[in-house]
Design a protein around this ligand. Structure first.
Ligand code: URP
Ligand code: ZN
Ligand code: ZN
Length: 472
């Protein structure tokens, strides 16, 4: 089937132009001024609308067992929420609960059989040994070209510096990108034990025991390790202002180091964890200060920060109460597990659907970001860094027809109902948004139209990603 998107303003990472887009089946066939429709084309009128590439969120955790429960959005419900917010491709992390990476990847493929949008995987490397190192190159055969390491979660997911260095070296040798979660695991453990011994149980102690200096220190440590290993590096979920300084330092030194932040670090602070429902804001790394958020905004505006992710890892606020999801009552244990002990609050937040609509209102409408910067950080840069470009993240002939028709005038009172995540709360509850996705195409198929879900379980395709290449 041919579809012609006419009269819209196409926004890419570099241009804002009035062109029509011809879709042929699953692909973009042609861009051109005033393409004349023929009888075999269905015309989609985008007058007064912006036409963007589908969003690419490279940081999600669907159906992830942790804290004695499981993150409440799975590879269908989370994908559906993503689509409503304009995102058509996600990359999810495969945990390393087994020493066989292949076994874990197969498990994740089974979970993702219900995928509703396109998706890829990163591999967590959270156990170390010669046998683990040996398996890393084989990830490429699985279509996985990025690994994640942690400097925190001692005795659990953390690797020591020499081990991270070795992972980076092997990854670099095979043109893979190493991602790093950077906090100071030793200091966190000490502070957590002290807080518990003093009887501190409230959510705010989650933030108090994870100081931002630990994130700053560990980000420079990861940068230095990557420089010594001659490996490209991607700092995930940057949250502290000082991390932006370290990223700028790395870039100034010509290193292939890239950074991601997430909306929660721009709009909230540790003060939110002091509220009676502060558990809603518990994630790792934690919220920081207004000064940190300001520095993150500067880093996005001046291009130091490359990508907006979400770290979507949803839990219910009160998982004892069911919510109605597609007509079925569903209850999944959530933040209430930590009601008497902040260390037992499942770490993570919903966000995959919020990212683009919230940023449009708060950053594009306010002039902080240009339309093109918005597309760069949400669509094109993540696709480039993670081996999806130019299939994803752009509007070019030959690319997948993943397209969002964005209505800049649509006013929305945002919140849990609109967001469609499978959880009982939303961080942006009752925020007034102006500008929202109207129609979302995934490989040429309309999956969201005017607030209606037209997608389906199993339509999402696994993306075999290319190796890392320095495209930016
Ligand atoms: O709190 C979070 N972010 N949970 C997900 C795990 C991670 O470190 O990204
Ligand atoms: Zn992390
Ligand atoms: Zn994460």
């Amino acid at each position: 089937m041919k579809q012609l998107i006419k009269y819209g303003t196409v926004v890419t990472a570099s241009d804002t132009v009035q062109v029509d887009i011809l879709l042929d089946g699953e692909k973009i066939a042609l861009l051109g001024e005033n393409i004349v429709p023929t009888g075999d084309m269905q015309v989609v009128d985008a007058k007064g609308k912006y036409v963007l590439p589908g969003g690419v969120d490279v940081h999600t955790h669907f159906d992830l067992p942790m804290f004695g429960t499981v993150s409440s959005d799975n590879h269908y419900t989370g994908h559906k929420a993503a689509a409503f917010g304009g995102t058509t491709t996600v990359i999810d992390f495969v945990p390393m609960d087994d020493l066989s990476l292949k076994k874990m990847i197969d498990q994740w493929h089974t979970k993702a059989e219900k995928a509703a949008i396109d998706y890829g995987f990163h591999m967590n490397i959270t156990k170390f040994g010669a046998d683990v190192l040996k398996q890393i190159p084989g990830l490429l055969d699985e279509g996985i070209s990025s690994v994640k390491v942690f400097t925190a979660y001692n005795n659990n997911m953390r690797l020591m510096d020499d081990q991270i260095f070795e992972v980076m070296r092997v990854a670099a040798k095979h043109q893979m990108l190493t991602m790093a979660h950077v906090e100071n695991g030793d200091v966190i453990d000490l502070l957590v034990n002290e807080a518990l011994a003093e009887g501190h149980t409230a959510p705010i102690y989650h933030a108090e025991t994870r100081p931002s200096w630990g994130a700053v220190e560990a980000s420079l440590r990861a940068v230095a390790l990557s420089a010594m290993a001659e490996a490209p590096l991607y700092l995930v979920h940057m949250n502290a202002g000082g991390e932006v300084d370290q990223l700028a330092y790395a870039k100034d030194h010509g290193l292939a180091v890239y950074g991601e932040t997430c909306p929660q670090y721009l709009f909230f602070s540790t003060d939110d964890l002091r509220k009676p429902d502060g558990a809603k804001w518990v994630c790792s790394p934690p919220m920081r200060t207004k000064n940190d958020a300001d520095r993150l905004w500067d880093g996005i505006s001046d291009g130091t920060i490359d990508v907006m992710g979400t770290d979507h890892c949803a839990f219910y606020f009160d998982g004892r109460q069911s919510i109605n999801y597609e007509g079925v009552p569903i209850a999944i244990p959530g933040k209430e597990l930590g009601i008497d002990d902040f260390t037992k609050i499942p770490n993570g937040l919903p966000g995959v659907g919020d990212r683009m609509p919230v940023l449009w209102t708060k950053a594009v409408n306010t002039g902080i970001l240009s339309f093109n910067q918005f597309v760069a950080i949400n669509c094109t840069n993540p696709a480039k860094l993670f081996g999806l470009y130019p299939k994803k993240g752009c509007i070019l002939p030959g690319a997948d027809a993943d397209i969002v028709i964005w209505d800049p005038d649509k006013q929305v009172k945002y919140g849990v109902e609109v967001a469609q995540h499978r959880t009982d709360y939303n961080l942006y509850q009752d925020w007034l948004l102006t500008g929202f996705p109207e129609t979302v195409f995934l490989r040429g198929r309309k999956i969201v139209d005017d607030g209606n879900w037209l997608g389906e379980r199993g339509y999402g395709e696994f993306q075999y990603r290319k190796t890392f290449s320095k495209q930016m």
